[in-house]
Design a protein around this ligand. Structure first.
Ligand SMILES: NC(=O)c1ccc[n+]([C@@H]2O[C@H](COP(=O)([O-])OP(=O)(O)OC[C@H]3O[C@@H](n4cnc5c(N)ncnc54)[C@H](OP(=O)(O)O)[C@@H]3O)[C@@H](O)[C@H]2O)c1
Length: 285
């Protein structure tokens, strides 16, 4: 198997993002591309992810404002997301998951202005994606497609199987693959004969959040396997949904965890912020 270097792909995207952010900052009028991150819990993994977004933002010239709002009510979260969406100095808004018990991203996402919905959380964004209209796809789903494109994996007519149907990963990844003319099957926790279905895939996308459960019998020889899973290990590390050692003799290419989809996701989020800032700058001219 050949491992796909997500960090190298992220660095290449980062060069483009950095150049575009610099052009905005020095343009007339000068615009500082700005991302607002609303963090509604103290979840450790979420805080770690938000810090990594902040570091990548700093490197690329995107301003990142983090709003900690521990344990908000539904009304408080809604008001905050609407307020940051209405702020003309903010170009991108994300609501970091997990949300406090009882709140759902499908509902909260509706409070983000679709023009600033850089992580595709709004039902409007998902609807536009399904309708083939311009929209920001969730960054993780976009990362899956960006990796496949940069690796020049043929998608037209290819059989793609996505394991997972969440609105942040599985469903939008399936829509994006469909838009590239792949023949797409979406699997989930009630799917019967999962391994057999996965074994038909030319492109297998694992996004179930189950450590190492994609074994050799899930992988057709020669398949390209994209591992979206990020499962915490007892030693504080991360492991994917794919048993990398077990599939090594069967997959042709595989994204490692960490160092695969994750870094590309973060950089695409920043690219979306710069794209949103460019549109806003154009509208104001
Ligand atoms: N790398 C990144 O940047 C990034 C970003 C976001 C998420 N992730 C990771 O990606 C994974 C998925 O995230 P998510 O937010 O989509 O998770 P999620 O909301 O928990 O959804 C998981 C999906 O997988 C399905 N599933 C669970 N167990 C399964 C099984 N044994 N067999 C088949 N399907 C199964 C579920 O089916 P049902 O719908 O039937 O319940 C659900 O559709 C997680 O590990 C998450 O940490 C990574």
């Amino acid at each position: 198997v050949s491992l796909i270097d997500g960090r190298a792909i992220a660095a290449a995207i980062g060069e483009d993002v950095t150049a575009r952010a610099a052009a905005l900052r020095t343009g007339a009028p000068a615009v500082v591309p700005t991302l607002a991150v609303v963090v509604p819990t103290g979840d450790e993994a979420a805080l770690w992810y938000v810090r990594s977004i902040g570091r990548a933002a700093e490197r690329t010239g995107v301003e990142c404002r983090v709003l900690h709002l521990p344990g908000p009510s539904s009304a408080e979260l809604s008001a905050t997301l609407r307020e940051v969406s209405a702020d003309p100095s903010v170009h991108g808004v994300i609501c970091q998951t997990p949300l406090p018990a009882g709140l759902s991203l499908s509902e909260a996402g509706g409070d983000i202005d679709p023009a600033k919905d850089v992580d595709g959380a709004s039902p409007v964004s998902l609807g536009r994606l399904a309708a083939g209209l311009p929209a920001f796809a969730p960054a993780t789903a976009a990362a899956v497609l960006e990796i496949l494109r940069r690796e020049q994996v043929p998608l037209t007519g290819a059989r793609a199987v996505v394991v997972g149907r969440s609105i942040v990963v599985g469903k939008p990844a399936a829509l994006l693959l469909l838009a590239e003319n792949a023949t797409v099957t979406v699997c989930h926790s009630r799917t019967t004969g999962l391994a057999g279905i996965c074994a038909t895939a030319d492109v297998l996308v694992a996004a179930a959040g189950r450590a190492g459960f994609i074994g050799a019998d899930f992988v057709r020889p020669g398949a390209v396997v994209i591992d979206v899973g990020t499962n915490p290990t007892p030693d504080g590390g991360l492991t994917g949904d794919v048993d990398a050692a077990a599939v090594a003799d069967r997959a042709s290419r595989l994204t490692p965890v960490p160092g695969g989809v994750g870094p590309v996701t973060t950089m695409l989020l920043l690219r979306h912020v710069v794209t949103a800032a460019e549109s806003a700058a154009q509208d104001s001219r």
